[in-house]
Design a protein around this ligand. Structure first.
Ligand code: BGC
Length: 917
C-alpha cells in the first residue's frame, strides 16, 4: 500500500460546490504523504469514481497512467441538473503502489428552469419557465436622490414527509438575504454580487436540508439596491443618473427543490403567489450611502408561519437577465475585530478605533428609548483634534442610521452596504459606550488564504500585513481599486499589477475565473478590453483600450496558467486576447502605440509616479513619469509575447508564429524609436528601464547597461523611487535580477517618504493609493483622490515572496508542478520564511544566516520537482541534511547559475547548509 493520500478534493476550484454550470466539470486534488521523511514521491496513475445520489457509478475513469492531479475533466454519463454527485480518487505512486481511496467529496449540478439557460453548452433544451423574477407592483416611488427601502418577500408553504435533501437557488436584481422559518439561509453577504447585469446575473445555491421542516414553512427574502439599483462609481458622469444604472425595480428569483424520503419532489418557485412589501425596517440601503434601519418597523415573525401578511401586496413578475451559477467563493465575514479604543473628541461624539483599516461593517449593541436615532459614520483617518476625517470619501457618505425600538438591549448590523474604515463615529447615544459594544465584521470574497510571509525585520512583516489587509479590503465579487470613496470599481491596471501578489496571498483561481468572464463581457466590438470590469457605461464609448489597464485581460489569464495550471481558461480567453492585440496593431500600424483620440487614449500611464507628488521638498517636479508612448508600446510588446505563449500552450501553431513574430517586431520598433546605443531609454526614468527589462524588450548586450541607467535614475531623487502603479514591482524585481540587491532591499526597508515604511510608520495598516497620501508637516494629499486602502503599490508583495522568500512559479511546469526556490538574502535580514499553499500542496522555504553559516530548509509537495538556488560562494562545502550534498541520494547537482549553486530535488523536506558564508 502507498503512503499517499489524495486530499483537498476540488471541483472547478471549489470545495463541494452546489451549482456547477458546466457539463464536464474539472476535478483536482492534492497529495500528502504520511511518511514525513519520504522524498521524490510521485503519482504514476489515478482512478476517479463518481456516483449519483442513488449510489450508481456514473463514471469510473479506470486506472489512468498520468501524473496529473489538476483539472481532470469529468468524462462519464451525462450529469443531470440539480443532482448531487459524490466522487473519490485513488492514486498509484512511482513504485506502482496504490493508495487508499480519498474521503468522498461532492459536487452538485446547477439548474436551468428558472427562466433562463445557464449553460449554453448543456445539450438538452431547458425545461419550461417555472420561476419568475418577482417584485413590488409598479408604483412611481423612484427617488433619484435616495436609495429605495428594501423589498421584503414571503411565501408560506407546507410539506408532509421527511426531507431527504433540500436546495435553495436564488438571485436578485439588487442584493439579497434569504430566510427560511425565521433563520438566515447561508452566510453570503451582498449576493448575487456584481456582474454586468445587462448580460447576466449570478445565482447562488444553498443546502437547506436541515432548515425545511415537516409541516408549515416560510421562505422569505429581503432585497436591497446594491450595484443593480444603487450607486456605482462614475454613474453620474457617464450614465447621467445618480443611481439605478442597470434598473430600478428590485426583484427576487428563487427555487426551492425539496426531495422527500419517499422520493417525491416538491419545488417552491417565485411567482405571483408571493407577498411583498417595502414597509419594513430597512428604509434605505446603498453601498456608498449606508443603511437606514428603523427598528420600530420590524415585523416580528414575518419570516415564520402564522404571520398575517394581509397588509402586504401581491408580487408582480418582470423579465430579468440570463442567470449563471456563481463560480467563485461568496462574500462572507471572515473575521471580526474588537476596537482598540473609544474616544470622545466632542460631547456625545464617540470615535471607535478598530486598530486596523478594514472593510465590512460593524455590529453595535446599544440601548435607547423608542425613536432615538443613532448615527454611525465611517472614515479611514482622524483630524488632528481626534474627529473623523472624511474628505477623501468624496461622495460616499458611508453613514448608517439606526432608530431604536426602545426595548432594552438592541443589536444593529446592516445588510446591504459596505464601508472602508478604521474609525467609526457613533452619535446619538445618551451614555458612554465601551469597546465591547462594537464589533468590526470584516467581509470579502472568501477565497482561501494561501500564503504566509515572515522575516527577521518587523517592518517588512507589517508591510506584508498591510498588503494582505488591502487585498481583503478590495475583493467584493470583483477586484476593486478602493473600498471607501464613491468609486470601488474593477480597475484593470491595479488588478493586473497586483495579481501575482494576490495569488501568493490567497487562492484566487475561482475569483479570477469569475472576473475574467466579466472582462470578456466588457470587451468592445472592435476588440478593446475595458479599463474597468464590469463596465456599466458602454465600453464602446468610454473607458476601454488603455495601455496597462486593458492588458490585464492578457496578463491575468497567463498568471492563472502559471499559478493554477489553468489551460482551459487560456482556451476560453484566447480569441478575446487576440482581438485585443489585433485592435492595437490595427490602430498603430508602425507598432508604436500612440495616443490618437478619445477611443484610443493613453490616459493613465504609470499612474501616480513621483511627478504627482504634492509639494514634497527635494523631489524633482518632473522626471518620474515615463513617456506615455514608451509605456504603451512596452505593454503592446508584453501582450503580443503572451498571446504567442498562450498559442504555444494551446498548440495553435499559426498563431504562435504570428504573435511571437509580432512581439519581435514590436520589440524592434521599441528599440528603434526609444532606445539609444548606450542603453538609454527615452525619458530616462526608473520606470522606463524597469518595464523594458521586465518585458525583455532590449537586446542582450544593452540589458546590463539599461540596469545601470535605472540605478542612476535614482540619483535626482536622492536614492528614492519615482515609480508609479505599474512599474514599481517591476523595478524591484529588475534591480534584484541585475545584481542591485542591496538597492532593492534599501527601498523595501526605507522609512522616509516615499516608501512603504513611511506609510506603516505613519499609521498605515493598509497600503495607500499615493506614496504621499499623508505627509508630516503637509498633511493629506488632494481629497479628490486619496485612498488609504489601494493595493496597486502593494504589488511589492510579489517581491517579498519571490525574492526574500525565494518562491517562484516556473513556466516549465505550470501550476507549481515545477518550482524554483531562489531566495536572495539582503539588507539587515537574518532569516525569512514563506509558506504557500499551492494547487499541489504546501511549499515552504526558510533561510537563516548565522555566524556559523547559511541554512535553507524547503518543503516540496508530493508529485512536484524543484530547482533550488543556493546563494553561496563557489568552493564552500555544502551539506544537505548533514551529508555532503553530492552524497545526498535525492539531490541532483545542476551546477552554477546566476551566482548560485543549483540543485534539483523531488518532493520532501531538505535542509541545505553552507558554513561561513
Ligand atoms: C482609480 C485607480 C485607477 C485609475 C485609472 C482611479 O480613480 O482609483 O486606481 O486605476 O483611476 O487611472
Amino acid at each position: 500500500m502507498s503512503n499517499l493520500s489524495p486530499t483537498h478534493l476540488r471541483c472547478e476550484y471549489l470545495v463541494n460546490p452546489l451549482a456547477i454550470d458546466t457539463p464536464r466539470p474539472r476535478l483536482s486534488w492534492e497529495l500528502t504523504d504520511s511518511d514525513p521523511h519520504a522524498r521524490g514521491v510521485r503519482q504514476s496513475a489515478y482512478q476517479i469514481m463518481v456516483s449519483d445520489d442513488q449510489g450508481v457509478i456514473v463514471w469510473d475513469s479506470g486506472e489512468v497512467q498520468s501524473d496529473e492531479t489538476l483539472h481532470i475533466h469529468y468524462a462519464g454519463a451525462p450529469l443531470e441538473e440539480g443532482k448531487p454527485y459524490t466522487w473519490k480518487v485513488r492514486v498509484w505512486d512511482q513504485d506502482g503502489q496504490v493508495s487508499d481511496w480519498s474521503n468522498p467529496a461532492s459536487f452538485s449540478m446547477g439548474i436551468r428552469g428558472m427562466g433562463w439557460t445557464t449553460a449554453p453548452a448543456w445539450d438538452a433544451p431547458p425545461p419550461p419557465v417555472i420561476s419568475h423574477w418577482i417584485t413590488l407592483p409598479l408604483a412611481d416611488t423612484w427617488c433619484e436622490t435616495q436609495s429605495p427601502p428594501a423589498t421584503m418577500l414571503r411565501k408560506p408553504f407546507s410539506i408532509s414527509g421527511k426531507v431527504r435533501r433540500a436546495v435553495l437557488y436564488a438571485s436578485a436584481l439588487g442584493v439579497y438575504e434569504l430566510r427560511l422559518n425565521g433563520k438566515r439561509v447561508g452566510e453570503n453577504i451582498l449576493a448575487p454580487e456584481w456582474t454586468d447585469y445587462h448580460q447576466k446575473v449570478q445565482y447562488q445555491a444553498y443546502d437547506v436540508t436541515e432548515q425545511v421542516t415537516n409541516g408549515e414553512n416560510v421562505l422569505a427574502a429581503m432585497v436591497g439596491a446594491g450595484w443593480y439599483a444603487g450607486r456605482i462609481g462614475m454613474a453620474q458622469e457617464y450614465a447621467g443618473v445618480w443611481r439605478g444604472v442597470y434598473g430600478r425595480r428590485l426583484a427576487l428569483i428563487a427555487r426551492l427543490s425539496i426531495e422527500l424520503d419517499t422520493g417525491e419532489t416538491i419545488t417552491i418557485n417565485t411567482d405571483k403567489s408571493w407577498r411583498v412589501t417595502d414597509q419594513g425596517p430597512i428604509r434605505s440601503a446603498d453601498l456608498y450611502d449606508g443603511e437606514v434601519y428603523d427598528a420600530r418597523l420590524e415585523m416580528p415573525g414575518w419570516d415564520m408561519p402564522a404571520f398575517d401578511d394581509q397588509p402586504w401586496q401581491t408580487a408582480d413578475t418582470i423579465k430579468g437577465p440570463r442567470l449563471a451559477a456563481q463560480p467563485n467563493e461568496p462574500i462572507r465575514i471572515t473575521r471580526t475585530l474588537t476596537p482598540v479604543a473609544v474616544n470622545q473628541p466632542a460631547p456625545g461624539v464617540y470615535v471607535f478605533d478598530m486598530g486596523q483599516n478594514m472593510v465590512g461593517w460593524v455590529r453595535l449593541t446599544l440601548h435607547g428609548e423608542n425613536g432615538r436615532e443613532i448615527r454611525l459614520r465611517y472614515g479611514e483617518a482622524l483630524n488632528p483634534d481626534g474627529t473623523l476625517y472624511r474628505d477623501n470619501l468624496r461622495g460616499a457618505p458611508q453613514t448608517d442610521i439606526y432608530i431604536c425600538r426602545g426595548e432594552g438591549e438592541e443589536i444593529f448590523e446592516p445588510h446591504f452596504t459596505y464601508h472602508g474604515f478604521r474609525f467609526v463615529e457613533v452619535c446619538g447615544l445618551d451614555y458612554r459606550p465601551t469597546v465591547q459594544d462594537l464589533t468590526g465584521c470584516v467581509f470579502h470574497s472568501a477565497a482561501a488564504e494561501a500564503g504566509q510571509f515572515d522575516c527577521s525585520e518587523p517592518l517588512l512583516n507589517k508591510i506584508m500585513s498591510a498588503i494582505q489587509w488591502t487585498q481583503r479590503s478590495n475583493l467584493h465579487g470583483i477586484p476593486t481599486d478602493c473600498p471607501q470613496r464613491d468609486e470601488r470599481l474593477g480597475w484593470m491596471g491595479d488588478a493586473q499589477v497586483f495579481s501575482q501578489t494576490a495569488m501568493f496571498n490567497m487562492d484566487m483561481a475561482a475569483f479570477f475565473t469569475k472576473w475574467m468572464a466579466d472582462v470578456r463581457e466588457a470587451q468592445t466590438k472592435d476588440g478593446r478590453f475595458p479599463d474597468i470590469a464590469p463596465h456599466p457605461f458602454n465600453p464602446d464609448q468610454c473607458f476601454s483600450g488603455n495601455p496597462g489597464w486593458g492588458d490585464a485581460g492578457i496578463i491575468i489569464p497567463w498568471l492563472m496558467y502559471l499559478n493554477y495550471g489553468d489551460k482551459d481558461l487560456l482556451e476560453t480567453h484566447f480569441e478575446a486576447a487576440k482581438r485585443y492585440v489585433d485592435w492595437i496593431v490595427r490602430n498603430n500600424p508602425d507598432l508604436i502605440w500612440r495616443n490618437r483620440d478619445q477611443l484610443t487614449p493613453l490616459w493613465y500611464g504609470d499612474w501616480l509616479n513621483a511627478d504627482t507628488f504634492a509639494d514634497l521638498a527635494g523631489v524633482p517636479r518632473k522626471g518620474g513619469e515615463m513617456p506615455k508612448e514608451v509605456f504603451s508600446t512596452a505593454f503592446l510588446a508584453k501582450s503580443a509575447q503572451l498571446v504567442g505563449k498562450m498559442a504555444e500552450v494551446l498548440n495553435k501553431r499559426e498563431d504562435k508564429v504570428k504573435y511571437c513574430h509580432l512581439a519581435e517586431k514590436v520589440r524592434a520598433a521599441f528599440n528603434h524609436a526609444f532606445v539609444s546605443s548606450d542603453g538609454r531609454i527615452l525619458g530616462d526614468t526608473q520606470a522606463g528601464y524597469a518595464l523594458a527589462l521586465s518585458f525583455n524588450l532590449l537586446p542582450m548586450e544593452l540589458r546590463p547597461l539599461a540596469a545601470q541607467h535605472m540605478l542612476r535614475a535614482f540619483e535626482p531623487y536622492d536614492g528614492a523611487l519615482s515609480t508609479g502603479f505599474l512599474s514599481t514591482i517591476r523595478m524591484m524585481i529588475e534591480l534584484t535580477h541585475f545584481g542591485y540587491v542591496e538597492k532593492a532591499y534599501q527601498l523595501a526597508l526605507r522609512r522616509e517618504i516615499p516608501s512603504w515604511g513611511y506609510m506603516i510608520e505613519h499609521g498605515g495598516t493598509t497600503i495607500w493609493e499615493r506614496w504621499d497620501g499623508w505627509v508630516e508637516g503637509r498633511g493629506f494629499q488632494d481629497p479628490g483622490m486619496n485612498s488609504f486602502n489601494h493595493y496597486a503599490i502593494g504589488s511589492v508583495g510579489e517581491w517579498f515572496y519571490r525574492v526574500i522568500g525565494g518562491l517562484n512559479p516556473d513556466e516549465s511546469g505550470p501550476g507549481w508542478k515545477q518550482i524554483k526556490i531562489h531566495p536572495v538574502p539582503g539588507g539587515s535580514l537574518t532569516w525569512a520564511e514563506v509558506a504557500y499553499h499551492s494547487v499541489r500542496g504546501l511549499i515552504r522555504s526558510r533561510w537563516e544566516k548565522k555566524e556559523t553559516g547559511f541554512t535553507l530548509r524547503v518543503d516540496i509537495p508530493v508529485n512536484t520537482t524543484a530547482t533550488i538556488y543556493l546563494p553561496v560562494k563557489n568552493g564552500y562545502p555544502i551539506t544537505e541534511s548533514g551529508l555532503p550534498v553530492e552524497k545526498s541520494p535525492a539531490v541532483e547537482t545542476l551546477g552554477w547559475r546566476e551566482g548560485c549553486a543549483v540543485f534539483r530535488v523531488g518532493s520532501g523536506r531538505y535542509e541545505f547548509h553552507v558554513k561561513n558564508v
